[in-house]
Write a protein that binds this ligand. Structure first.
Ligand SMILES: Nc1ncnc2c1ncn2[C@@H]1O[C@H](COP(=O)(O)OP(=O)(O)O)[C@@H](O)[C@H]1O
Ligand SMILES: [Mg+2]
Length: 436
């Protein structure tokens, strides 16, 4: 990685704002194009110490080709647009469309798997984008959850045609290097059949499997075990894929000729194609290595802070439990009643949102129950906290008058609720896109 930092200007016009993420080949920045006054994303390639000149030249060539491949596809709404490539610090920097969202991989890690309906929408968008690329003679070769961007406006975009090779472009395949993520790579590619469009469909199958199951079908504890699983094992039968089960299973067929084409796959998602039964197994299949469990989604610090604020509100509610009436009477018949009702409802919603802290493994029904229980609990806690805080203030001789204590406790509760609501908003929006 270069030593570039936020605030640096690249190419005399792009000011780096914040790091969005890092992958195998480098890191991606959020940046501002000071000439056109728009935000962009910039991919910076990793500078490996001691890299040979040949490798360096290979990096440059691959990046230029990435830009060329993506430029050919720039009009497709399901593909991230590349604006420019420039060389700085002797390395290429790719200037591309900034997506306000996160990758599917990050979504699964932070929030959990997608619902079947959402995954079906994602499947349709990706199949359309892959179909358009194949028509242009471009095979992606690295389709994986990290290269699928879920934009905040609901759109799905495919990115990183970094190792994609145009049909007529054989220069870099000659190196025989395995580029791409092994667990999503089609078995025939691992055996050396490179650049088949059907291989992209296998990677799509593994990506969609992870989207609904939350776990990558062929990920194993070691790289060798992963390669063996891709080559020899059938993916575990999806448990949560619903109407996508047939599509995913067929995309993951070891035999590239047996996989559906893009058009057939689209027909399957849309329920337009009858089930085609295949006789199995055609390949030597083993079931003796264990899949790794789904990771527990990482919960952000915002939710932990909200939990602390809600615990404080609950603690204040305890002294108010026996007789909540007197303070509420001060609030009633007053315009402040609107604020009080807002506080109570917002506290309920905030407690409900804490279900985000649950691991995905607990399932949808338990999460819904936790949300409902959280909502009820939050409403009650805030309802009693208004009185509890007023009583506490009076007992501590901070405020003597009941009226003033009611106002002060309502103000404190409102501030706490607003802070927690702002943190929830922050936690939900794509935090990575906020300059820090
Ligand atoms: N055009 C983009 N707009 C916004 N974020 C992006 C864009 N491209 C990549 N990212 C973010 O940067 C992260 C790192 O990307 P990358 O270096 O390609 O690694 P990988 O594909 O292995 O995840 C991605 O996970 C994604 O969140
Ligand atoms: Mg990527």
């Amino acid at each position: 990685m270069t030593t570039r930092q936020a605030g640096d200007v690249i190419g005399g016009r792009y000011r780096l704002a914040a790091e969005l993420g890092a992958g195998g080949f480098g890191r991606v920045w959020r940046a501002h194009d000071e000439t056109l006054d728009v935000d962009v994303a910039i991919k910076e390639l990793r500078l490996v110490p001691g890299m040979s000149e040949a490798d360096h030249a290979d990096r440059l060539a691959r990046t230029t080709r990435e830009a060329r491949n993506a430029a050919r596809l720039r009009r497709h709404e399901g593909i991230v647009t590349i604006h420019d490539v420039l060389v700085e610090d002797d390395l290429p920097w790719i200037i591309m469309e900034l997506i306000d969202g996160r990758s599917l991989g990050e979504h699964i890690e932070e929030i959990g798997p997608l619902s079947v309906d959402r995954a079906a929408d994602v499947a349709v968008s990706l199949l359309t984008a892959i179909g358009a690329a194949h028509e242009e003679g471009v095979v992606h070769r690295d389709i994986k959850p990290g290269n699928v961007m879920l934009a905040g406006d609901g759109k799905t975009l495919l990115t990183d045609f970094g190792i994609a090779v145009h049909d007529t472009d054989t220069v870099l395949t000659a190196t025989g290097m395995l580029v791409g993520s092994a667990e999503y790579t089609a078995p025939e590619r691992l055996r050396g059949a490179d650049g088949l469009p059907a291989s992209d469909l296998f990677s799509l199958g593994a990506t969609l499997y992870q989207a609904v199951e939350g776990v990558s079908p062929f990920r194993r504890a070691t790289r060798d075990a992963t390669l063996a699983a891709v080559l020899l094992e059938e993916a575990p039968v999806p448990q949560r894929a619903g109407r996508l089960t047939q599509l995913i299973t067929r995309l993951l067929d070891k035999d590239p000729d047996a996989r559906p084409t893009v058009a057939e796959a689209l027909a399957i998602v849309r329920g337009e194609q009858p089930t085609r039964v295949r006789i199995r197994p055609r390949v030597h299949v083993q079931h003796d290595t264990r899949s790794l469990p789904a990771p527990i989604p990482t919960t952000s610090w915002e939710y932990r802070t909200i939990a602390v604020i809600m615990a404080l509100i609950t603690a204040l509610g305890v002294p108010g439990l026996p007789d909540a009436g007197p303070t509420w009477e001060r609030v009633e018949h007053d315009s402040r009643v609107v604020i009080a009702v807002f506080d109570v409802l917002a506290s309920g919603l905030l407690c409900a949102s804490l279900a985000q802290l649950l691991p995905t493994a607990v399932g949808r029904a338990v999460t819904l129950l936790a949300q409902a229980a959280g909502f009820g609990f939050g409403c009650f806690a805030a309802g009693f906290a208004v009185h509890g805080a007023a009583k506490t203030l009076q007992a501590a001789d901070v405020i003597a008058q009941q009226d003033d204590a009611a106002t002060a406790s309502l103000t404190a509760l409102t501030v706490a609720v607003l802070v927690a609501a702002a943190l929830t908003w922050q936690g939900r929006r794509q935090r990575r896109h906020e300059p820090r």
